[in-house]
Design a protein around this ligand. Sequence first.
Ligand code: SF4
Length: 169
Amino acid sequence: MRDVFRTAGRWPVPPTTKPACRDAEPGLFHPDRPGGPLPPDKVTAAKAVCRRCPVLSDCLTLAVRFRETEGIWGGTTPKERRWLRVQADRMHTLGPLLQRLRTGEAPVHVDPLDRPAVVHRLIAGGWDVNRIAATLAVSPAAVRTAHRRGVLVASYAEALKRAGSPRAA
Ligand code: SF4
């Protein structure tokens, strides 16, 4: 079993918690050597385990809280966590743009970096994919891709909040 909740003394993990990796080979979630790259086949296999994990968001929060720079945590690689941190930080600056979109004023430009968070917020606000695609002048497929990423960004931002450090990790 991976010692995923080794910090349980500092984290309120219910005793009934059963992470999906409890029976997995611990090495699956870590590079072959400290500081080394994560082999792609390990990433694929580890993420498949994480996808069915009932405590994925807790695990991601732990990674944020303790600034895990190695290994797969909460279904994310270190590179993805760095990307999510940038995205989550940028979310704080999107208020004026979202306001312009909601009031029907066409945006001058939506930076592709901001698209996942923008799409996530618009869908949460009841917009459908085609309306967003028309407004942002992108394809519906691009909107769906952005939404998938936006869900991850929102989950990471939530993890930051739960970790009690808005600029942590
Ligand atoms: S999200 Fe992945 S690494 Fe974290 S507890 Fe679940 S299975 Fe283990």
